[in-house]
Design a protein around this ligand. Structure first.
Ligand code: BGC
Length: 898
């Protein structure tokens, strides 16, 4: 090109680009997901779900029709030809559809494209998205399950390797790996992917997960090597604690099965599979426990063990094994990752050989330690959430259920032995912990500073989907702390705490489900965990209190106040995503569960449960709260039956729900006084929140609750079950200001009391100096997170049009806050509800995403009106008092209320 042509070309390109920009349609389908994931690999389902949203910011933006095309040839698809599924143009506004085309084949990439017609009937097509099928059927696995010959008690983790030669040009390659235990997969010396702790924990003898990786770029023509390091995870639990995981029926030496499927340029395929021709040796990971820690002896490193040039002549033969289960299925979910690096904020030197690092916040995850020192130096990294006045790590709040049999497996303490070859680094492969502080002790003095240690916050890497920000610093910190505890307790299943237990405690999870779903895109985790529920359910309907379990929990803690996860999780996921698959998949299990309670509770009341766990002071009868959960379960089964078209069940479970409601009211409600039981906070708020109170009694009960709370100095007097209901029962029944007062207290007992005392996560008990139940990273009191979206934010899903196709907007401009904003990324896009108080009233801005509508409810003061652009907005309806209702189309609004 002649140099003088350059500016001309730039002008030409700019003009062209301008023309392209100008042509961008006002409405474009975006956010394409398959099975709620972006371009997923390795799906097993024969009927994947497709979802999308509209990028269209116009007022009233909506989809009038859609058409979907799925095919194996992306070029043909771009040209309008689809060989797998071509739907008709369908005149609905749905943004979720299930595949109904020709049978999907395994190991195949499918491309899909969507055309939508906007509110004016103009069409626009999406970019092309894809998904890829995996094994689809057990018979497609070629590999054998292998392990080394050692038994369950041997401590060191095994390496496995296989070298192979590729002679042809590679077009693409996929690794499929399933494991009993945990694995790290390496190809040509490089770790595959950035997941951690794969595969996610399941009841291994019922369902074993496999993961798919695109390894095209890691392979080369010529010599290659695959390496696998296997960890114990929950499969071979060697540590001993009160839940008997060391006696789990599935326990065995870790094992895996791998198929590396290579597609060559000439269209042929070859699979390098696990089998008798693999070699094994013990690794430098001399001990690993998901529960306690990992020990690593760098002197045992075998440099290059996972590369092609390594000589494995001294390695041993592998053992062929039975598969852990006959149900090996794709892990189709957001993986655990090292999501956030947290540099040590401070290092305190205690003496020559002991220092304590402080991350400045409590996390779940690991620390990475870098150091150089003489060979054989033994370094112990003790992780804890608090320190003694001496500065040393205090473990006494988290090691209470641990039952070590000797001193070889100290709690939350990694052991790192140096090889003396210079800069060395250690981070556990198969463990995570809950901690803020790391006490590092060495048997020889080391030169250390803050820079030697970095914390990694690990959790299921669910995309953030919510935002809260307000004029209150304490509320902002509390929201952040709630998210920290939610994420610290998400590792492919929800847990109670990341240190003492790591158990899938059911009660904690259903209390926190709304907080989770407002804040994060968690559907894939919950769908997987509900499959864990189905794996654990007894034929008679009973569920264990922790899921998954090695057997413990069928006899304790598993009443309806905890294991109502079976109904509450599917119901909430349905409300947030508008996807009924989770209801359909779990319907029989829910029904069986409710039938079980019915069988043992003929009069409609049940005493099965733990009750209002870890209360501030007042106690509520277990029969009362458990029966309310039983009522809730029956109601959800009835609603699910209606949605799934099961009319007879709908009638039967509606009648059952009414029977339970009547039984609860007959025994516990005192119509003369408007009190339930003794009238403590949990007793009054639980029936209001869960819909037990007869309509004509609600205002009386709510007034009593408000009085009770004021008599309690507007502070909490609840336990786990009461925290779910107290704020909602107040704000939904005319007492939002009191609810906010309780929510924002900064003195004991309150959430703010923790924050004022430096909490960066939520605690397990209300007093800072409690003597038991004192984990510092529990999500069980986390409903406050959801409440901020629901009450001051006023964003709620509409059960009649779930998935926020209609948004119920009802902001409460509570006293004590001058500004508040809540935003949630729902299936149709960003929903925003933000207000601030000024001298002339409230400014209220709203975003309703394209293809959604909103019902706005405002509680106006006498004489107040809603204004937009200098005009009064007429309410659709004004109900009792000054409650006004408006209908909003999609779009952005800036209102004032004066
Ligand atoms: C857990 C709780 C759980 C409870 C059941 C505790 O040890 O940490 O969060 O729900 O047990 O009672």
């Amino acid at each position: 090109m002649k140099p003088d042509m350059k500016p001309l070309l730039t002008i030409f390109l700019t003009l062209q680009l301008g023309a392209v920009m100008a042509q961008k349609p006002a409405c474009v389908p975006t956010g394409l997901q398959c099975e709620h994931l972006v371009n997923p690999l390795g799906l097993d389902t024969p009927a994947p779900r497709f979802s999308w949203r509209l990028d269209d910011s116009r007022r009233g933006a909506r989809q009038t029709a859609w058409q979907l095309a799925v095919g194996t040839d992306s070029a043909a698809l771009a040209g309008g030809k689809a060989d797998s599924w071509q739907t008709a143009k369908t005149a609905t506004n749905q943004g979720l559809v299930t595949y109904q085309g020709s049978s999907l084949k395994p190991f195949t990439t499918y491309f899909w494209r969507l055309t939508v017609w906007d509110k004016d009937g103009k069409p626009a097509s999406s970019a092309i998205a894809r998904f890829e099928t995996g094994m689809m059927q057990q018979k497609n696995w070629l590999g054998a399950w292998i392990s080394d010959v050692n038994n369950v008690d041997l401590k060191p983790a095994p390496y496995f390797r296989k070298g192979f030669t590729v002679t042809k040009k590679i077009r693409s390659a996929r690794a499929y790996i399933a494991a009993g235990g945990l694995y790290e997969l390496y190809i040509n010396g490089e770790k595959t992917g950035n997941h951690r702790l794969d595969p996610m924990y399941t009841r291994f003898d019922r369902r074993t997960l496999y993961v798919t990786y695109d390894v095209t770029k890691q392979l080369q023509t010529g010599k290659n090597a695959i390496g696998v390091l296997l960890g114990n995870g929950w499969y071979n639990h060697q540590s001993t604690a009160v839940w008997y995981f060391h006696q789990a029926p599935w326990r065995a030496r870790p094992t895996f099965c791998l198929d590396l499927r290579i597609t060559y340029d000439d269209g042929t395929t070859e699979t390098i599979a696990s089998g008798k021709d693999w070699k094994t040796a013990l690794s430098p990971v001399i001990f690993n426990s998901i529960y306690t820690a990992e020990h690593y002896d760098a002197r045992l490193e075998q440099p290059g063990w996972n590369t092609a040039s390594f000589d494995d002549a001294t390695w041993k033969n592998v053992l062929l094994r039975a598969a852990p289960s006959t149900n090996v299925v794709a892990q189709a979910m957001h993986p655990v990752r090292n999501v956030e690096a947290i540099p040590a904020r401070q290092m305190r030197r205690i003496n020559d050989t002991t220092v304590v690092f402080d991350l400045g916040r409590t996390i779940s995850g690991v620390s990475q330690f870098r150091v150089s020192g003489p060979a054989g130096t033994v370094i112990r990294l003790k992780h804890g959430e608090r320190v003694y006045p001496t500065g040393l790590v205090d473990m006494s709040n988290i090691d209470v259920h641990y039952r070590p049999t000797d001193k070889s497996d100290p709690f939350q303490t990694d052991i790192f032995i140096l090889n003396g070859k210079g800069d060395e680094q250690f981070m556990p492969h198969f463990n995570y912990k809950g901690f803020q502080y790391v006490e590092v002790t060495s048997n020889k003095p080391l030169t250390l500073s803050e820079k030697n240690l970095t914390g990694y916050f690990m959790h299921s890497d669910v995309p953030p989907a919510g935002l809260v920000s307000s004029s209150s610093e304490t509320i902002n910190k509390l929201w952040w702390a709630t998210n920290n505890s939610y994420l610290s307790n998400l590792f492919g299943y929800p847990t109670d705490c990341p240190q003492r237990e790591k158990n899938g405690w059911t009660g904690d999870a259903h209390i926190a489900v709304e907080t989770g779903l407002y804040g994060f895109d968690g559907i894939t985790i919950y769908e997987k965990w509900l499959a864990d529920h189905r794996d654990e359910q007894q034929p008679n309907g009973v569920l264990p209190s922790i899921i998954p379990t090695g057997g413990w929990g069928y006899e304790w803690g598993n009443g309806p106040d905890w294991t109502s996860t079976i109904t509450l999780i599917p119901w909430n996921v349905y409300l947030f995503y508008g996807d009924s698959k989770i209801l359909a998949d779990n319907y029989e299990a829910m029904k069986r569960y409710v039938d079980r309670i019915t069988a043992i509770s003929p009069n409609g009341l049940t005493t099965w449960g733990l009750g209002d766990w870890v209360p501030v002071k007042s106690k509520t009868p277990v029969e009362f709260t458990s029966s309310v959960y039983y009522f809730t379960d029956a109601s959800i089964v009835a609603k699910a039956a209606k949605i799934l078209g099961k009319q007879a069940d709908f009638v039967a479970y509606t009648a059952l729900a009414n029977k339970i409601k009547n039984a609860v009211n007959a025994k516990y409600y005192h119509p003369e006084t408007g009190l339930y039981g003794q009238g403590v906070q949990t007793e009054l708020s639980v029936p209001l929140h869960w819909g037990i109170v007869p309509d004509d009694q609600k205002s009386k009960v709510a007034a009593n609750l408000a009085k009770r709370v004021q008599a309690d100095n507007t502070h909490l007097d609840v336990g786990l079950l009461g925290t779910k209901s107290i704020l909602n029962a107040l704000s939904e029944n005319g007492y939002a200001d009191i609810a906010y007062q309780v929510a924002s207290q900064e003195t004991y007992p309150s959430w703010g009391w923790w924050i004022k005392n430096g909490a960066t996560t939520l605690y397990e008990n209300w007093p800072i100096d409690a003597k038991s139940d004192i984990s510092m990273n529990h999500i069980m009191f986390g409903e406050i997170g959801a409440w901020l979206y629901k009450a001051p934010g006023g964003i709620k899903p509409d059960p009649e049009q779930p998935g926020f196709r209609n948004i119920l907007l009802e902001p409460h401009f509570v006293k004590g806050l001058n500004q508040f904003e809540a935003a949630h990324e729902g299936p149709n896009g960003l929903i925003k509800s933000a207000w601030s108080r000024g001298s002339d009233g409230i400014t209220y801005s709203v975003v309703v995403p394209a293809n959604s509508g909103a019902t706005l409810t405002l509680h106006l003061s006498p004489g107040q009106q809603l204004w937009e652009n200098g005009q009064v907005v007429k309410p659709l309806q004004t109900t009792s008092g000054n409650t006004a209702r408006y209908t909003l189309q999609a779009g952005s609004y800036s209102f004032s209320i004066r």
